[in-house]
Design a protein around this ligand. Structure first.
Ligand code: SIN
Length: 283
C-alpha cells in the first residue's frame, strides 16, 4: 500500500479526521492482509491520536476480525456471549423487530471489570437502510472543558461501577449472581490514560452507580454534571455505518452511544474487545 506520508507521519494509511477533536477514517489499509508490526503500530498510534478510528469497505471474516484484534492485546470474553457460541471472543449485538437497540446511552465498555477494556473493534454485519449511527465523545476534551475548580474537586474522587446496572436485566440474572463473578469495582473519577498520560473523565451513565464519600444527592449531582459532558456536540463525532465498515475505539479515552432510531429494522454488529489495565490517576 503506497500512501504518501501525511502531516502526522503515517505511511500505512491516510487519516481523514471526522471532527477537530475525535475520530478519523484510515484510508487505504486493507485489514484482510497480514499486516506488518509497523502497520499495526501505526494503527495503534492513530487510535491514541484520534481516540476512535474507522475503516471502510473491508471484507474480512470473523476469524480475521479476531486475529486483527489480537494484534493489540489479549481478548476478553463478555458474560453476555452464549456459552455454546463458537468464537467466544465475539460479542454479537443484534436488534430487529423483536428487540429495540438498547446501547443508546453514553458509556465506555465493561468499566465494571477490575481491568476494563483497552479498546473495542466493531464490525458491521447487517445494517438498516438508514439510522443506527454510533456517536463517540472525547473524554479528554470533556475534562479539559471543566472549570479549574470543578477539575480540582473531581480529581482524586473514586466511583463505583456495577455490571448489574445494565446486565441484570439483559441477562435476567440477579445482582447477587452477577456480583459473585464481577463484584462492583472502584475506579478513579478522573483517570490518567496509561499511554498518553493525559487526564480524562472516567464515569459513565451505563455502569457508574455512585461516587464514594459523597451523599447520594451530591453524588448524583456531580455524576449528572460529568455525564452531561459526553453529550456536548463539540466533543463528538458521529459515524454512519455502511457495509464493510469497522470502528476501533479506545475505551480509555472516549465514550460511545449507539443511536437506537432504526426499529423495527435489523442491525447486527460483532464486537471484539481487547483487555486493558487497572485505571489509575497520576498527577
Ligand atoms: C456498543 O455499545 O459496544 C455497541 C455500539 C454499537 O452498536 O454501535
Amino acid at each position: 500500500m503506497n500512501v504518501a506520508v501525511t502531516q502526522q507521519g503515517y505511511t500505512a494509511f491516510e487519516p481523514r479526521p471526522l471532527s477537530p477533536t475525535i475520530g478519523a477514517e484510515l484510508i487505504g489499509i486493507d485489514l484482510a492482509r497480514d499486516l506488518s508490526d509497523a502497520e499495526i503500530n501505526e494503527v495503534r498510534r492513530a487510535l491514541l491520536e484520534f481516540k476512535v478510528v474507522f475503516f471502510r469497505d473491508q471484507s474480512i471474516t470473523r476469524a480475521q476480525h479476531i486475529a486483527f484484534a489480537r494484534r493489540f492485546g489479549a481478548l476478553e470474553i463478555h458474560p453476555a456471549t452464549p456459552a455454546d457460541q463458537e468464537d467466544r471472543e465475539v460479542l454479537r449485538i443484534a436488534h430487529g423487530p423483536n428487540s429495540r437497540g438498547v446501547e443508546n446511552n453514553w458509556h465506555s465498555d465493561v468499566t465494571w471489570r477490575e481491568t476494563p477494556s483497552l479498546g473495542s473493534i466493531l464490525r458491521a454485519i447487517e445494517l438498516p437502510e438508514v439510522g443506527g449511527d454510533t456517536l463517540f465523545s472525547d473524554m479528554y476534551a470533556a475534562f479539559e472543558g471543566l472549570s479549574p475548580e470543578m477539575k480540582r474537586f473531581v480529581t482524586g474522587l473514586t466511583a463505583v461501577h456495577d455490571i448489574a446496572r445494565v446486565f441484570a436485566g439483559r441477562l435476567k440474572k440477579s445482582a447477587e449472581d452477577l456480583h459473585a463473578r464481577f463484584p462492583p469495582m472502584e475506579h478513579p473519577v478522573i483517570r490518567t490514560h496509561p499511554e498518553t498520560g493525559r487526564p480524562l473523565i472516567y464515569v459513565n451513565t451505563g455502569f457508574t452507580t455512585h461516587i464514594k464519600g459523597l451523599s447520594r444527592k451530591e453524588s448524583d449531582w456531580v455524576l449528572e454534571h460529568l455525564y452531561a459532558q459526553a453529550a456536548i456536540p463539540e466533543y463528538q463525532c458521529r459515524f454512519r455505518w455502511a457495509p464493510g465498515s469497522i470502528a476501533f475505539w479506545d475505551n480509555r479515552a472516549c465514550q460511545h452511544y449507539a443511536a437506537s432510531d432504526y426499529f423495527p429494522a435489523v442491525r447486527v454488529m460483532e464486537r471484539v474487545t481487547i483487555a486493558g489495565d487497572k485505571p489509575f490517576y497520576r498527577a
